[in-house]
Design a protein around this ligand. Structure first.
Ligand SMILES: Cc1cc2nc3c(=O)[nH]c(=O)nc-3n(C[C@H](O)[C@H](O)[C@H](O)COP(=O)(O)OP(=O)(O)OC[C@H]3O[C@@H](n4cnc5c(N)ncnc54)[C@H](O)[C@@H]3O)c2cc1C
Length: 420
């Protein structure tokens, strides 16, 4: 074998690509040649943004119901083979990152994503993993089990194994521009590729008054309902009203994948039903009823200010055709209290669109999992692997997407280490 042939070339120095290189460096014999080719000026640019700069790198409650994929059984077996505990072990004992758990969310104890990026970077450098930066791969071809990789600047590389870790399409400024589809097209049957779409994103609405809520956060829940009134997704947590006149926050992002699919399939009547209180309508009725006995003389806005944000009271009462600052709570009769309670706990917001790739945290789509073997190797094309967001697996917020990056990367590394 010629010495300029790498044992493995990893295309993309993101979370999955770096972790795969680190696992390979750990398991391969000394003298092996591993190269990361990264389009951007440095590795781990998206990883540095994760968890609002704190990097929620996993979750102690990994469960496939939190993921969307074409092959849930294979996904479950992937996590059984390399799950959250294996990830934590590698981070703590091999990469030297101290971890901390907040509820089920796992972070570096520094709460800085740079800790994670640096730990991976230093480990790769210690173990002689080569890196080519500012090189965007444009094609992969295969001949007699050797892959030839070409870059935009016309550089050529040869490898026995290739890992496509090019990510999805979101936050394209970090270098992820959906290249897996283009690269695969030249080398294999591309009909197993599910087009990338934004997931974990905000939702927009043109309902009147919603812009007045910009910046308001409340705890509650959201249900996504289609034109037939069927609930298609639901989640609970923080709801944030955006300055663009829409809704975001973790629970909204968690249902956004369902909205993107409905809207892209031509569904016109998509609604988000918001519970803006975190309580039941019955409980809210009781609370307003008691306040009417205590603070009857106050305006509704003032009387309810201890239990509801003023803007929310205003938003809901406007929908009923009432003004919360002009009307006293005494004037609100029982049926109006019931109507207000129901509205606060099931406020219908027509959804007119969703945040684009610049705003979405993750992409859905990618090469179908069923097209890959248990070690993320493309079936019928030995030596070619896909990992991370390039594969048709996406999860909700809470460390699930990075866990998929680590899991798929570790399984590919295991497969490659048996091949070289
Ligand atoms: C703002 C934000 C916050 C997030 N927070 C969290 C969180 O807290 N927890 C969580 O689990 N997930 C989070 N995610 C999702 C998580 O970051 C991704 O799922 C994860 O980074 C995917 O890893 P990846 O390696 O597959 O892709 P990426 O991290 O996107 O890396 C792909 C790399 O490939 C390079 N590349 C692309 N094409 C080429 C090419 N042709 N040639 C060479 N290089 C190429 C890119 O430059 C990039 O560096 C967040 C995402 C965003 C945007």
């Amino acid at each position: 074998m010629k010495s300029n042939v790498y044992d493995c070339i990893i295309i993309g120095g993101g979370a999955a690509g770096m972790f795969c290189a680190a696992k390979l460096a750990k398991s391969l014999y000394f003298g092996r040649k591993i190269l990361i080719i990264e389009a951007g000026p440095r590795v781990g640019r998206k990883l540095a943004l994760t968890g609002s700069g704190r990097c929620n790198l996993s979750n102690s409650d990994i469960d496939i119901s939190r993921y969307n994929t074409d092959d849930p059984d294979k996904l479950a077996s992937c996590f059984e083979r390399f799950g959250e505990a294996d990830t934590c072990y590698f981070f703590e004992n091999i990469l030297g990152v101290v971890l901390e758990q907040k509820n089920s969310l796992i972070y570096p104890s520094t709460y800085k994503s740079s800790t994670v990026v640096d730990a991976l970077r230093f480990y790769l450098s210690d173990n002689n993993v080569e890196t080519e930066l500012k090189e965007r791969v444009t094609s992969i071809t295969e001949n007699s089990h050797i892959f030839e990789i070409k870059t935009e600047s016309k550089k050529d590389f040869l490898a026995k194994n290739v890992v496509i870790a090019t990510g999805g399409i979101t936050y394209p400024a970090t270098g992820s521009t959906g290249d897996a589809a283009k690269l695969l097209k030249k080398i294999t049957d591309n009909s197993y590729f599910v087009p990338y779409r934004p997931a974990l994103t905000s939702l927009s609405s043109d309902i009147s008054g919603i812009k007045g809520l910009a910046g308001i956060r409340c705890r509650g829940d959201v249900k996504i309902v289609d034109g037939k009134g069927e609930v298609r997704a639901q989640s609970e947590g923080e709801i944030l009203f955006t300055k663009e006149g829409g809704i975001s926050g973790i629970c909204v992002m968690d249902v956004s994948d369902a909205v993107v699919r409905l809207i892209d399939n031509g569904e016109e009547d998509v609604k988000a039903i918001l519970n803006l209180t975190g309580k039941s309508a019955g409980e809210i009725f009781q609370m307003i009823y008691i306040r009417r006995q205590m603070y009857a003389h106050r305006s509704c806005a003032d009387a309810l200010s201890g239990m509801l944000l003023r803007n929310i009271t205003d938003f809901a009462m406007k929908k009923m055709g009432l003004k919360c600052d002009k009307m006293t709570l005494r004037e609100l009769n029982d049926s109006q209290i019931a109507e207000l309670s129901n509205l606060l706990c099931a406020f219908p917001i027509p959804v007119t669109g969703y945040g684009d790739v610049d705003k979405a945290q993750v992409s859905s789509g990618g090469l179908k999992l069923l097209r890959l073997d248990d070690n993320m190797q493309v079936k019928d094309l030995p030596g070619l692997y896909l990992i991370g967001e390039a594969v048709n697996v996406n999860g909700i917020c809470g460390g699930y997407n990075l866990q998929w990056a680590w899991t798929s990367a570790a399984l590919a590394a295991e497969g490659i280490s048996q091949n070289v």
